[in-house]
Design a protein around this ligand. Structure first.
Ligand SMILES: Cc1cc2nc3c(=O)[nH]c(=O)nc-3n(C[C@H](O)[C@H](O)[C@H](O)COP(=O)(O)O)c2cc1C
Length: 184
């Protein structure tokens, strides 16, 4: 069964982004996909910052991402962009790792004024990792998420399920695409 890895780039233990990703993971499992939620805050900080990719926990995380059929990348908006935690992890991923891998970008933030962090921050980051199939994604204001209770508002749930539907359409197309055999 195809596996989707969901990355949470928040350093917070009571994370709105994590609550949102858990909601998305539940939805993806209902559509028949395996899911793995990876909280990047659980990775050893020194290995991440010093790019020690042979550190066992970090190596295992990198292998898991490389083996994924698709990714959901969630991050809080920090200073009008993605979190530093997400960036440190992306910095140790191999070049071109997301080529041909459908990706759904999701942001949570406190100010709707920073909605452009999706198109001007997170999507370009994913593109530099080789992503060619980036779903529309969403910015969800954290006022619509109760991190402690793990509840998101009906409006936010509708928003994010619209994004998930587009992502799954692309993933299905990707998984059923005929393998091209080079001629000659
Ligand atoms: C250090 C820091 C910087 C932040 N910067 C912004 C910002 O520039 N724009 C914004 O909309 N929200 C900003 N926020 C609010 C968070 O993006 C928002 O609360 C988010 O949902 C937190 O997600 P989390 O609970 O998963 O960490 C910031 C929060 C922190 C702690």
């Amino acid at each position: 069964m195809p596996r989707i890895v969901l990355l949470n780039g928040s350093p917070s233990t009571r994370s709105s982004t994590e609550a949102l990703l858990i909601h998305v993971a539940d939805d993806l499992r209902m559509h028949g996909y395996n899911t793995t939620l990876m909280n990047l805050r659980s990775l050893p900080a020194e290995a991440l910052l010093l790019a020690r990719t042979d550190q066992p926990q970090l190596a295992a995380a990198l292998t898991e991402v490389q083996a994924a059929d698709a990714l959901v990348v969630g991050t809080p908006v920090y200073q009008a962009s993605y979190s530093g935690l997400l960036k440190t992890f992306c910095d140790v991923l191999p070049v071109g790792v997301l080529r041909g891998v459908p990706v759904l970008p999701l942001l949570t933030g406190g100010s709707d004024g920073h909605i452009l962090a999706l198109d001007h921050g997170l999507k370009p980051l994913l593109s530099t990792l080789g992503a060619t199939s980036i779903a529309a994604g969403r910015f969800i204001n954290s006022a619509h998420i109760s991190a402690g209770a793990g509840v998101i508002s009906p409006g936010a749930a509708a928003e994010v399920s619209g994004a998930t539907a587009g992502f799954l359409t692309e993933l299905d197309r990707h998984l059923t695409a005929p393998v091209r055999v080079p001629v000659g």
